[in-house]
Write a protein that binds this ligand. Structure first.
Ligand code: HEM
Length: 148
């Protein structure tokens, strides 16, 4: 309740200070994104999905993902894309691919996180976003196949 009357700028400052205290800064975000997509590209199942779309043009995707994660983790406000329509276009992605994505993301964090608390900090956010992307792509599990 104590944050209720904060301005957006004050809120941003608190989030950024909290992130910095954990060791999250632009340099870490950059390393996280580079290392994660190195793993993704080498993965038997996820690698071809990304390579089909991105091909040899990884630099813009990596830059976009760095601004995305700095907005999510540090409230930097630098990302202004629309992940839902982008993912809804990916017709060859299966629901189980999200589990692979999340476990590669966790593996990356375990390898490079500057402090222990950084791992759940990113994983909670990634899992929440993954869930909303999954819902937008596949719908609510209970409502499928006439189960409700
Ligand atoms: C199986 C899981 C996933 C697959 C296969 C996947 C694949 C992709 C691909 C191929 C793109 C590039 C699309 C393009 O440039 O046209 C993309 C973009 C993106 N992905 Fe994912 N993704 C997955 C999960 C996630 C998750 C869990 C997150 C966030 C936590 C995420 C965040 C994003 C963002 C922010 C973009 C950029 C969207 C934009 O253009 O603004 N993705 N993804």
């Amino acid at each position: 309740m104590e944050n209720v009357n904060l301005t957006a700028l004050e809120r941003r400052k608190i989030i950024q200070q909290n992130a910095l205290n954990m060791g999250i800064n632009d340099e870490f975000i950059s390393k996280l994104v580079d290392t994660f997509y190195d793993h993704v590209r080498k993965h038997d199942r996820l690698g071809p999905i990304f390579d089909d779309i991105i091909g040899d043009n990884w630099t813009p995707h990596l830059l976009k993902m760095k601004s995305f994660w700095s907005s999510v983790a540090m409230n930097s406000g630098t990302y202004s894309g629309q992940p839902v329509p982008v993912h809804r276009k990916l017709t060859n992605v299966r629901e189980a691919d999200f589990d692979i994505w999340l476990s590669l993301f966790e593996k990356t964090l375990i390898e490079i996180a500057p402090t222990e608390e950084v791992i759940p900090y990113f994983m909670e956010r990634a899992a929440r976003i993954a869930q909303s992307l999954q819902l937008s792509m596949f719908g609510v599990p209970e409502l499928r196949q006439g189960r409700l």
